[in-house]
Design a binder for this molecule. Structure first.
Ligand code: ZN
Length: 99
């Protein structure tokens, strides 16, 4: 298990999401990069019921790169809510740290 945890997170007026990690690292992630890294099935072309693994469907709209809110999930991840309504991406701490 990773012992790295965010000790503080905050969306910044500069359009970045700041994460202060328990080891002292401060990370500043542009919202666009954050959204493009969305790990959910919708954004990553999960095979459909016919077994076809189609290319990822990523239709970005106005608001796709605007953060509406976020919440911690189970002590291991963050869920981001976007202004365009997308809110199915659960970003593990390991994923965030690797961005
Ligand atoms: Zn997604």
């Amino acid at each position: 298990m990773s012992v790295l945890n965010p000790v503080a997170v905050a969306p910044l007026p500069t359009g970045e999401f700041a994460i202060s990690w328990s080891d002292g690292l401060e990370q500043f992630l542009p919202m666009e990069k954050l959204r493009q890294a969305c790990p959910c099935a919708l954004c990553n072309g999960e095979p459909d019921v016919m077994g076809r693994g189609d290319a990822p469907v990523r239709n970005y709209k106005p608001g796709s790169f605007e953060l509406k809110g976020y919440e911690f999930v189970g002590g291991y991840a963050l869920l981001f809510r976007w202004v365009d309504g997308h809110a199915s991406g659960i970003y593990s701490y390991n994923l965030l740290r690797g961005l």
